[in-house]
Write a protein that binds this ligand. Structure first.
Ligand SMILES: C[S@@+](CC[C@H](N)C(=O)[O-])C[C@H]1O[C@@H](n2cnc3c(N)ncnc32)[C@H](O)[C@@H]1O
Length: 306
């Protein structure tokens, strides 16, 4: 495993980190500028004059925070990354539906799967669970898929995707994003389920995937209320995933983490326990501030290709 291979998300037309500091970050999502709490930002802001341009500020109160708008913000608004389209919205948990630090991972995913771009559709009679045995074109599993950007990137690069999330609201948002991106309906299976329960069923069914992406939260709930606690559940999930990742060379896994406070090395060593022979890389996911070399630590990742 190669450690400390940090990945830096650069600004793109629909996103930039404008400034950060004093436990806050100032970002532009399309035409909307938002200021949100950011515990990593222990430093001083660089461009104090810019903060007045924020359309919305997430103010943390004693209990839960709330958005305060100083200019009209639509309920949802469209954004894009390359050919993928998705909507942003101000959610009650200070999120916007996009984790921009994932940009280098989208790039990697797109490049890995790019060779399959010309696949016209699922092969006739092809079972999606064993697609890799029927034709070129990867069969990708995205767990904890949230608003689905990684699923859309994979599908646009030619993969058939199984997207799993325990929240109906997130699943509907992801499906809407797929329609906005004009991804054919047969490219993505939408599964409302607990990630671990679904993977255990896939093991029993003998499913095989060419690529697995997962972005588990520190704590979560399955579709039937199953508790997800990263300190207990991650190792169990990785052990099950080792049974459904295709053994052939070229198959891949991408594990993301954020907010749980774990070091990339901890995630990497958990991956190595479940997949002992793999050679991969891990590190921090950073977002570069526009017009500066300063970067904001926003998460961790581990990835490997067999
Ligand atoms: C950290 S976000 C994923 C971020 C996303 N992959 C991205 O890059 O934009 C966590 C997601 O996991 C889902 N979730 C939480 N617990 C779950 C569980 N036990 N099984 C499946 N999904 C779960 C939540 O509904 C949420 O959509």
């Amino acid at each position: 495993m190669q450690y400390d291979q940090h990945l830096v998300a650069k600004p793109w037309s629909d996103y930039e980190l404008l400034d950060s500091g004093e436990n806050m970050k100032l970002e532009r999502f399309g035409d909307v500028v938002v200021a949100r709490p950011e515990t990593q930002a222990l430093w001083s802001t660089r461009r104090p004059e810019l903060w007045q341009t924020a359309h919305a500020v997430f103010a943390s109160g004693d209990k839960r925070g709330a958005w305060q708008t100083t200019a009209p913000v639509p309920e949802t608004w469209p954004l894009g990354w390359r050919d993928v389209r998705f909507t942003a919205r101000l959610t009650g948990f200070k999120h916007t539906g996009i984790f921009p630090e994932q940009e280098p991972n989208w790039e990697w995913l797109s490049a890995r799967l790019g060779h399959a771009r010309k696949q016209p559709g699922r092969p006739e009679g092809g079972d999606p669970r064993t697609f890799s045995q029927h034709a070129p074109g990867a069969n990708v599993l995205n767990l904890f898929g949230y608003t689905g950007i990684a699923s859309l990137v994979a599908a646009q690069a030619g993969a058939f995707v199984t997207h799993v999330d325990a929240s109906k609201q997130s699943l509907d948002w992801a499906h809407d994003n797929a329609r906005l991106s004009q991804i054919p309906e047969d490219r993505i299976r939408w599964i409302l389920d607990d990630a671990l329960a679904f993977v255990k069923r896939e093991v029993r069914r003998g499913a095989i995937y060419d690529g697995i992406i997962l972005d588990p939260p520190a704590f979560g709930r399955g579709a039937k209320g199953e508790a997800w606690k990263i300190e207990e559940s991650l190792a169990a999930l990785l052990r099950e995933l080792a049974k459904i990742l295709a053994p052939m060379s070229g198959s891949f896994m991408l594990l993301n983490g954020y907010a749980a406070g774990y070091a990339a090395r901890s995630f990497a060593q958990a991956v190595e326990s479940a997949f002992p022979s793999v050679e991969g890389e891990c590190g921090e996911l950073l977002i570069r501030e526009s017009g500066s070399s300063r970067t904001l630590p926003a998460g961790i990742y581990v990835r490997f290709v067999r």
